[in-house]
Design a binder for this molecule. Structure first.
Ligand code: CP
Ligand code: NVA
Length: 317
């Protein structure tokens, strides 16, 4: 694995498999009450320019469970690139903390922070990708289905950060993914190109479609996310029109396999991309997904922060 985790492509498919195995073990240990203090004395800095429930809480709890601690910095405090440059923020934080989770808008800001940082930077969501979410979703699917290769995933909705990370993850793990989105809301072109290239090596099948039924047909997993992501609120009204018909409801679930797993990264906009009936229904595993953020990310923390020495602080004369 590379020093930073900005996208799933920062792991090799072998790393991904190894880390998922480790997550299963770490989760079992945690649930059995076994404590592993592998990050004792380490501090994680969370720089969040967008709101968060799951990502913030799971990283903070994960650090404490591993014997470390964390500090949360909201958009008002840091003001990346406004109050001071992104590079200078990195040059400060690396003197005090052992790793950074960044949630921001433009993916290039995460790349810039990482480029200037001697400590690991973990992407806690950018407009482009949400790798921590999909990494832990892979753990959830693996637990529920016992395998990932060949699992058929139908993603219905916006070709957003979640869809982009799913494209990469599915391609790396040999899954069959159909993304169904309205015209004009397709996933990022360069991510799609990369995923298709990787799919050739792993036997994954990647399809972009414009019919939700096509994605749902025979699906083992039906995945959706909000129509309007953080930062796109001004487009809300237009999107509600464009995405009409792209709702995961009872009829769509009926088109999938009988035991289809309904997944959503949350937060959900009930009544828009998903109905209450489905979100609270027997196929829904959304809160298991949320739980697994904790277990999966602890593996990332161990892999990235464990055993790594901070850049030496200067000493006074
Ligand atoms: N799924 C997810 O990342 O949730 P938060 O935005 O609450 O962190
Ligand atoms: N696509 C959503 C995911 C939230 C976890 C957003 O970016 O707002």
């Amino acid at each position: 694995m590379t020093k930073h985790f900005l996208t799933l492509a920062d792991m090799s498919p072998a790393d991904l498999g190894r880390h998922l195995k480790r997550a299963i073990k770490l989760k079992a240990d945690t649930l059995a009450g076994k404590r592993n203090k592998s990050l004792e004395g380490k501090i994680l800095g969370l720089v969040f320019e967008k709101p968060s429930l799951r990502t913030r809480v799971t990283f903070e709890v994960g650090m404490r469970q591993l014997g470390g601690d964390s500090i949360y910095l909201s958009a008002q405090e840091v003001q990346l690139g406004v109050r001071e440059s992104v590079a200078d923020v990195a040059r400060n934080l690396e003197r005090w903390v052992d790793g950074i989770v960044l949630r921001t808008f433009r993916h290039e800001v995460a790349e810039e922070l990482a480029r200037n940082s001697s400590i690991p930077v973990i992407n806690g969501l950018t407009d482009l990708v949400h790798p921590c979410q999909v990494f832990s979703d892979m753990l959830t699917v693996l637990e529920k289905r016992g395998r990932l290769k060949g699992v058929r995933v139908g993603y219905v909705g916006d070709g957003n950060n979640l869809a982009n990370s799913w494209l990469l993850g599915a391609a790396m793990l040999g899954m069959e993914l159909t993304v169904a989105c309205p015209k004009g809301y397709e996933p990022d072109r360069s991510v799609l190109r990369d995923a298709k290239k990787r799919a050739k090596e792993t036997g994954a099948k990647i399809t972009i479609a414009h019919s939700p039924e096509k994605a749902a047909r025979n699906a083992d997993v039906l995945y959706t996310d909000v129509w309007t992501s953080m930062g796109k609120e001004k487009e809300g009204a237009r999107r509600r029109v464009a995405f009409k018909g792209f709702q995961v409801n009872g009829a769509l679930v009926a088109a999938a396999k009988k035991d289809v797993l309904v997944m959503h990264c949350l937060p959900a906009h009930r009544g828009e991309e998903i109905t209450d009936e489905v979100l609270d229904g027997p196929n829904s595993i959304v809160f298991d997904q949320a739980e697994n953020r904790l277990h999966a990310q602890k593996v990332l923390l161990e892999a990235l922060l464990g055993g790594r020495k901070k850049k030496k602080a200067t000493r006074g004369k």
